[in-house]
Ligand binder design. Structure first.
Ligand SMILES: *Cc1c(COP(=O)(O)O)cnc(C)c1O
Length: 242
């Protein structure tokens, strides 16, 4: 089926998943990397419960969500399943408590205030959270993330928040057909990771989405966040579908 067609059945989701995994493997092999060093984070935003249960059957046990409220509702509806929950979008401070309650990973940390609240609430809950710091490598004003020059001071400022396991960096490349520009965004993230390697735990690089994950893998991605190439096109206004 075509990349944009909505995948609903087990067979359709599985077929897309195999195709994506094949492309991940090929991209890794092209640059001499072990494909097992690239973790697929399926992005399940706007996909409703029934399709997610089918996806779970297809072997998708990590759900990437960009909106906390939607993710939290899904978590409550599907707490009979063993799911790794990754919040990949920016957080409002009134949503940190929900994240502290159920999320396993947060890929979009870029504010000290949010880090502090998460640390306090996680500590209260007796939990911890893997976090990636989001950097705005494209310079697009619509994108969240730190300015690259802010990364060093930011890492220092969140050092004491021990309930956060700082494991690396995340970026969203510029929205463009210019492959070189996209590649440069990913290269910059990798260079920042190398520069601050000692303070970034596992040193993960969460970069690459459906349109650009192969470039990201060539540039060192250890996590790729892929939605539409697995589940098909999303509704234009981000409402839950089925
Ligand atoms: C939606 C989203 C993705 C996945 O996008 P696709 O183009 O559907 O693969 C990845 N990362 C973030 C932060 C997102 O919000």
């Amino acid at each position: 089926m075509s990349e944009s067609a909505v995948a609903t059945t087990l067979e359709e989701i599985q077929e897309n998943l195999y195709a994506v995994q094949g492309r991940i493997n090929a991209a890794a092999n092209r640059v001499g990397r072990d494909p097992r060093d690239v973790r697929l984070i399926p992005v399940t935003k706007t996909v409703a419960e029934q399709r997610l249960r089918t996806a779970y059957q297809a072997g998708i046990h990590t759900f990437g969500e960009n909106k906390v409220q939607e993710a939290h509702q899904k978590y409550q509806a599907m707490n009979d399943l063993e799911i790794t929950w990754c919040i990949i979008g920016p957080l409002q401070s009134n949503k940190t408590r929900d994240v502290a309650e159920f999320a396993d990973e947060f890929h979009a940390l870029d504010r000290v205030k949010i880090a502090r609240r998460l640390h306090d609430q996680l500590t209260e809950a007796g939990r911890d959270l893997a976090v990636l710091i989001q950097v705005n490598t494209s310079g697009e004003t619509t994108k969240s993330g730190l300015d690259p020059a802010e990364l060093g001071p930011f890492v220092d400022q969140i050092q004491d928040f021990t309930a956060l396991r700082v494991n690396g960096l995340m970026t969203i490349a510029e929205n463009s057909d210019d492959e070189d520009a996209i590649r440069n965004n990913f290269r910059q993230l990798r260079a920042l990771r190398d520069e601050h390697r000692d303070q970034l735990g596992a040193g993960d690089l969460s970069m690459g989405m459906s349109a650009d994950f192969e470039i990201a893998i060539e540039e060192g991605a250890t996590m790729v966040r892929i939605g539409s190439a697995i589940f098909g096109a999303r509704p234009p206004h981000g409402s839950a579908q089925d």
